[in-house]
Design a protein around this ligand. Structure first.
Ligand code: MLT
Length: 395
């Protein structure tokens, strides 16, 4: 979530620029806005807790002057049982330059000043707060970020999910600049209709990188997100610093697969999305996957507009065979991840992809099926963290 605030002369000092002490007040206002636009301050009162600031760490990167408009973003950067950390960034809208970043650790306390658990409603409000960027094409993409330094990492969700499937990664991976957008037509980018081609999603994401002044990013794509990542690898190879293909495939649909997409499209048009989503949900998870994860995924899927489901099924049906692209990726750091119980894109497919990219690594995640980031977040985070840290060190 982000808000824009204009800098006034009375916030500036003898040198004419925004004084260092004024930043804290502006960040505070941005946090207040976040709550005011979301659940309201009542969210704390209702749970009987106060958020007490335990520590605030601020980094100043550039200046701001009267009349400058700053964009303040606020995102959950970490959480414990009784504490949570918010990362806020202020950027100049005139050139996108990061001006200051603040990390604030809050401890939730009761009226007797004893630490108490962070209310679930507070976490929900903080994690559901996207930023929005309007691309030159006119499409607005909602996205969420965590971390500022290190390698930019773009997380591309699968079908029919949204950026929230990467929540465990945004909170758990450190030292890198993590960005999780909602693809056009999904999540909070759903004002626009989904496109019926993977290449259009790829163009959106390149335009988003442009808007964020990011030259190259590690692109992490799960399933349909992997199809999008491969379209980026084919058409915009120079924008990739690395590639993570998770529970996906490079090949096109075969005849049976295409017929299945057509049947699903017809069912959605005739009977609505229910039967198609129900059938998909049955195939997504490992036996041991927690009921809470299954329910959360079912809820997210249920929010997707039928028109987006239909357009995406057509896009997946018509996507080309990108296995030849893999051979051309030699030299691009590549990691392939798959759940050992994945029935939609099974481990054999992942092994083939990893073998086709010279130097690619393969991680098979036990106890996960098609959605390892949600089913086995700790294992996935460990693999991603190691991959990104190695890339950061240039090894
Ligand atoms: C996904 O998870 O994105 C889809 O299951 C991919 C597909 O149907 O090919």
């Amino acid at each position: 979530m982000s808000i824009r605030l204009t800098i006034y002369p009375d916030e500036c000092d003898a040198f004419g620029h925004l004084n260092q002490a004024s930043y804290l007040a502006l960040f505070e206002r941005a946090r207040w806005e976040l709550l005011a636009r979301g659940p309201g301050m009542d969210v704390f009162a209702e749970a009987g807790v106060w958020p007490a600031v335990r520590r605030a760490t601020i980094d100043y990167h550039a200046g701001a002057w009267p009349g400058d408009v700053l964009e303040f973003s606020t995102a959950l950067a970490g959480r414990g049982r009784t504490s949570f950390t918010l990362r806020q960034e202020a950027s100049r809208t005139r050139d996108g330059k990061l001006v200051a970043a603040l990390e604030t650790v809050f401890v939730c306390i009761d009226r007797q000043e004893r630490p108490v658990e962070v209310p679930a409603a507070v976490l929900a409000a903080l994690t559901a707060a996207p930023r929005r960027t309007t691309l030159p094409s006119g499409t607005t993409i909602a996205w969420e970020a965590a971390g500022h330094e290190g390698i930019p990492v773009l997380f591309v969700h699968g079908y029919p999910l949204d950026r929230s499937m990467w929540q465990n990664q945004l909170v758990g991976i450190t030292g890198h600049r993590l960005i999780a957008p909602d693809l056009r037509g999904f999540g909070d980018s759903s004002e626009a209709a989904a496109p019926d081609a993977m290449e259009a999603h790829a163009s959106d994401l390149v335009a988003l990188l442009d808007a964020l002044a990011i030259d190259r990013a590690v692109v992490v794509g799960l399933s349909m997100g992997g199809y999008v990542a491969l379209a980026m690898a084919e058409r915009h190879r120079d924008r990739l610093a690395g590639l993570v293909l998770m529970d996906t495939r490079a090949g096109a649909d075969d005849a049976d697969g295409r017929a299945g997409r057509d049947a699903a499209i017809a069912t959605i048009r005739e009977k609505g999305a229910g039967p198609v989503l129900g059938g998909l949900a049955d195939k997504l998870f490992a036996e041991s996957t927690a009921a809470g994860v299954r329910e959360a995924v079912a809820q997210r899927m249920g929010r997707v507009a039928p028109a987006t489901l239909v357009a995406s099924l057509a896009a997946m049906r018509d996507r080309p065979d990108r296995r030849p692209v893999l051979a051309g990726l030699a030299g691009l750091p590549t990691l392939v991840i798959v759940g050992t119980e994945d029935r939609i894109t099974p481990p054999a497919v992942a092994r083939e992809m990893a073998a086709a990219v010279a130097g690619a690594e393969l991680v098979e995640v036990e106890g996960a099926a098609h959605l390892p980031p949600l089913e086995r977040p700790a294992t996935v985070n460990e693999a991603l963290q190691a991959f990104l840290d190695r890339l950061g060190r240039g090894v």
